[in-house]
Design a protein around this ligand. Structure first.
Ligand code: EPS
Length: 384
């Protein structure tokens, strides 16, 4: 089974990810990973760090002469600030020592307080360094491998921003051919009118030292029939997707297809009608209300997953009341360098998580130790 594990703190020397279970023979380069990582840095409203962060990638193991070996793939992503300065060396030193400046005025909405209570820490940095969305860079590196694998069986995954703050996009759903246009939008929105309003919304929030959330949509094209299963709760594809996407930092809602909207409709208007198409000799659904899964099984239609991100808990002008955990006095939180919004980047991370789930389920269904075996099995698994 395809699985991965990340390690590393936001301001430590590097992030690491180990991806296990890929077939041998998958072509992969550092440039493939770097190009996905640079897509994650996109997006109006990101803070100063994204301008200098280089996401320098080293393939540490599992790849030889541009191809996977079937062994675990280990990837390291250096943190630019650590390697180009000594800024974090003392603060994040793994050797025994103590911080000079513990962070004790916890941020409401962040992992700070719950994490300190859970692990018995006196310094919020012990929590925030790992809770930081910086960790998603390691996920995106892993997701690059999943996307490359899926590409061999004709699956393509993209995302776009459909809401930023209160501004909603009205555009038609993009196709995969529109991905470059989406990535060129400073807010990764396919609706250029809405994009302009989203940018103003970000500028306004930035001026007021505030933050913004929003909603992204992930679309999967060419997902084969039969990923996931109805037979167990923990094999349902929609449930696996929901967990994977919900695990992204600051995501508070996940919707498969038109999940919430459909709840208010009558059954006769809530489902995707099924037709037979003589030309392709296959079943077709012209709508994707169910988001491409029925009974927890991919149905061969368009896969649609949406994720709602709360506004970032770190505020440039901290204003929400909180408590200093040492004195118990009422105060406002400490200040950390932050983004105004990370919604456009979260879309790329959600693509990653969806791709990792689809690749794992495709491996479960088609198996194979080599890419050739995997592709042969997928090609032979014709849906009846
Ligand atoms: C983050 C705070 C900011 C973001 C960071 C996530 O980092 P810093 O405090 O170092 O400026 O830029 O995101 C990334 C570094 C990244 O690569 O996504 C946070 O607190 O979660």
């Amino acid at each position: 089974m395809l699985r991965f594990l990340t390690a590393g703190e936001s301001h430590g020397r590097a992030l690491m990810v180990i991806v296990e279970g890929l077939p041998a023979g998958l072509a992969v380069t550092v440039e493939d990973i770097q190009s996905e990582l640079s897509r994650r840095r996109l997006g109006y409203g990101r803070g100063p760090r994204q301008r200098f962060e280089q996401d320098e990638v080293t393939l540490v193991g599992g790849v030889r002469h541009g191809r996977t070996l079937g062994s675990p793939v280990a990837i390291e992503i250096q943190n630019t600030e650590w390697f180009r300065s000594d800024k974090w060396h003392e603060e994040m030193d793994p050797a025994p020592g103590a911080t000079k400046a513990p962070l004790t005025r916890v941020r409401p909405g962040h992992a700070d307080l719950a994490g300190m209570q859970k692990y018995g820490f006196d310094d919020a940095r012990d929590v925030l360094e790992r809770a930081s969305a910086r960790e998603t860079a390691a996920r995106v590196a892993a997701g690059t491998l999943a996307k490359l694998l899926l590409g061999h069986i004709g699956v393509q995954v993209m995302s776009h921003v459909i809401q930023m703050g209160a501004v909603r996009s009205n555009a038609m759903r993009p196709t995969f051919a529109d991905l470059a246009a989406v990535d060129e939008s400073p807010v990764r929105c396919f609706d250029s009118d809405a994009a302009a309003r989203m940018i103003s919304e970000v500028e306004l929030a930035a001026k007021e030292g505030d933050s913004l959330g929003g909603i992204i949509e992930v679309i999967g094209f060419g997902v084969p029939v039969g990923l996931g299963s109805h037979v167990h709760w923990d094999r349902k594809l929609d449930a696996l997707l929901a967990q994977a996407v919900m695990s992204i930092q600051a995501v508070k809602g996940v919707e498969i297809g038109d999940g919430f909207e459909v709840a208010g409709r009558r059954g006769s208007a809530a489902h995707d009608a099924v037709h037979w198409d003589d030309q392709t000799a296959g079943y077709v659904r012209e709508t994707a209300l169910a988001g491409g899964t029925e009974g927890g099984i991919s149905n061969g239609g368009l896969l649609v997953v949406r994720a709602a991100m709360k506004p970032l808990a770190t505020l440039n002008k901290p204003s929400l009341p909180t408590v200093d955990v040492v004195t118990k006095d009422s105060t406002v939180s400490f200040k950390e360098r932050t983004d105004v919004t990370a919604v456009p980047a979260m879309g790329v991370v959600a693509e990653t998580m969806v791709s990792l789930v689809l690749a794992a389920e495709a491996q479960r269904k088609f198996g194979g130790d080599s890419l050739t075996e995997f592709c042969r099995n997928a090609a032979n698994a014709t849906a009846r």
